[in-house]
Each structure stands twice: as C-alpha cells, then as structure tokens.
Design a binder for this molecule. Structure first.
Ligand SMILES: CC/C=C\C/C=C\C/C=C\C/C=C/C(=O)SCCNC(=O)CCNC(=O)[C@H](O)C(C)(C)COP(=O)(O)OP(=O)(O)OC[C@H]1O[C@@H](n2cnc3c(N)ncnc32)[C@H](O)[C@@H]1OP(=O)(O)O
Length: 277
C-alpha cells in the first residue's frame, strides 16, 4: 500500500514506478460535494485480482457512507483500457482456498456495485472485455469512447470458460435474449458503434469521456434520492436476491469448473498467447 511508504518516498516516487503492492489500486476524488470519482488504478490492465475487487468494494462503501454523495463515476487511470476483466492468473493453477475466496470477492463486487444507492456512471475510455464489461453493466449508465479499435463484451468462451449464470442474466437484461445468446456463444467483443446499437452502452463520445461522464453524473445526482433508489431496487432487487441465496452454490460451480484439467489447459494456453503478444 502506498500509505506504508515514508511521506518522502510517497512524494518522490513517480506513480508510474510503483509496484501494485505499493499502490492504492483505486483513487477516490470528489469534483463536487454530490459526485465521487472512483478511478481503477492497477497497471498494466486493471485486471480484477482478489485484492483489487476487495479494494473496489471498500471504496464504494466509503463513498456511500457520505450521505451527501449521490453519484459515482467509475473510470480508469489507463488511457486505453477500462479493465481487462478478471485477473486470469487467479484462475491459473490456483489453490482451492484462494480460488473460492477470489470468487466470493467477485460476487461481492458485483452485488455491491449493482445494488449501491449511488447513481453509477461508467466512463469507459478503452477496452472493456469480460469482467470489465461486468463492471460497466453493473453501473446505471455507460458512456464509451467512440474510438473504433476499443472493444467491449463477454469473451469468456474464447478462454474456454463460461460466464456465470448471474453475469449471463445481467447481459440478457442489458441487451436482450437473442443478442446475448449469440454474443455469449461466440465470446463476441463489440466495437463502440456495435455496442451502442445493441444498447450495451448508452452513449458514445469523441471528447474526453470523463467530461461527459461528469455532466451525466450531475444530472443523475439532481434526481431526489428516495424515488430514484426505490426504482433501482424494484428493477434490480430480484437479481440481487437470487445471487444472495445461491452464493455458495455458485462458488462450487465456479471452483469445479475452473479446477477441471481441460479448463486449466485452456487458461494456460490463453495466458501464454497474451504474454507472447
Ligand atoms: C458453469 C460456469 C461456472 C463458472 C464460470 C467460470 C468462469 C467465468 C468467470 C467470470 C467471468 C469473467 C471472466 C473474465 O473476466 S476472464 C478475463 C478476460 N479478459 C481478457 O480476455 C482480456 C485479455 N487482455 C487483453 O485482451 C489485452 O490485454 C487488452 C486488450 C485488455 C490490452 O491489450 P494491450 O496490448 O494494451 O496489453 P497486453 O500486452 O495484452 O497486456 C499487458 C500485460 O497484462 C497481462 N494481462 C492482460 N489481460 C490480463 C488479465 N485479464 N489478467 C491477467 N493479466 C492480463 C498480459 O498478459 C500482459 O502481461 P505481460 O506479458 O506479463 O506484460
């Protein structure tokens, strides 16, 4: 953690040179009293390790604890990557105990972000595959850079794995059954234009995404909280309750699936290709 370094070291070491063990992993700022910005900061690709997921959850709770704050923008410190999704190394020959803990943290991350009383705006200025898309879909509103080379979607099948049932439900709820059926089977990654067409994102912008995200956050923050939160609970409550009831069953499915030798070989191969690239 950055806070473990001496004050002098904190001032003199460039943030670029810090290892992840020394980083805070996320940064919180408050551009105005009603708005918080939660910045993902886990180089190189903001992948979601156990510690990163726990840190995001802790940060959302910290922001929520201030009753004045009404909206939160989720962004990345990386100019080209929102989040590369789950940290694949967590699924590569793990111990069962770590894998189960990792998955419980991912579930908690989804449940916390999807159910927060805050209005959540995803400022997607870069690639957002798999778990990155999960983060974006868990927000209330998604704004993506129009840069054509960026990709968003659920590409799990390309790694030889499947999205868990609750992520599939979230995908279906967001883009509709038929598009989700095709997108999941093919592990399809969409360009920003395609993502807008299927309503995986709500808006594309050419200008810095964060500027528009802050404007939208202001709009969402101006809606009276009680009615806004009641509507959110009505729309999202059933999915949240369902996973709450099935959490340990889902941990078991995940563990058994990932620990299969064939799946392990697939993950290993995918990681090797990523590194070679
Ligand atoms: C019945 C079913 C039960 C249970 C279900 C089971 C499982 C499903 C679980 C959950 C759903 C979610 C799954 C996921 O999120 S899996 C992760 C999927 N993500 C990806 O496939 C993205 C992979 N990364 C990329 O495509 C590129 O890195 C990216 C386009 C994001 C950026 O490209 P760029 O060229 O800028 O960087 P790279 O050189 O590729 O990467 C730099 C560095 O980072 C490493 N890396 C990249 N992504 C990850 C990752 N997700 N996890 C860990 N490490 C990653 C990459 O290897 C490079 O490392 P190095 O070579 O050492 O520098």
């Amino acid at each position: 953690m950055l806070s473990r370094l001496s004050p002098l070291a904190q001032r003199t070491i460039s943030p670029r040179l810090l290892s992840n063990a020394q980083r805070t992993l996320v940064n919180i700022s408050y551009p105005s009293p009603k708005i918080a910005v939660l910045e993902l900061d886990r180089p190189p690709v903001n992948s979601l390790s156990l510690e990163m997921s726990a840190k995001i959850v802790e940060s959302i709770k910290e922001i929520e604890s201030n009753p004045e704050v009404q909206a939160m923008v989720l962004k990345s410190s990386n100019p080209k990557i929102f989040s590369a999704g789950l940290d694949i190394t967590e699924m590569n020959r793990p111990t069962v105990a770590r894998l189960e803990d990792f998955w419980r943290n991912i579930q908690t991350l989804f449940l916390t972000l999807y159910s927060t009383r805050l209005s959540t705006i995803a400022s997607i200025d870069g690639h957002s595959p798999a778990g990155g898309c999960l983060l974006a879909m868990s927000c209330d509103y998604r704004i993506m850079s129009a840069t054509p080379s960026y990709k968003i979607g659920l590409n799990e099948t390309k790694l030889g794995i499947a999205a868990p049932y609750w992520l599939k439900d979230l995908f279906v709820t967001t883009i509709g059954y038929r598009e989700a059926e095709v997108g999941l089977a093919l592990g399809k990654l969409y360009s920003p234009k395609e993502a807008l067409e299927i309503k995986l994102v709500d808006e594309l912008v050419d200008s810095p995404v964060i500027d528009v995200a802050l404007k939208r956050a202001d709009e969402w923050a101006s809606i009276p909280e009680k009615g806004r939160v009641a509507s959110k609970v009505m729309l999202r409550g059933a999915m949240i309750q369902d996973l709450e009831e099935k959490r340990e069953m889902d941990v078991g499915w995940f563990r058994d699936f990932i620990m299969e030798e064939g799946v392990q070989k697939g993950i290993e191969g995918y990681l090797k290709n990523l590194s070679k690239k």
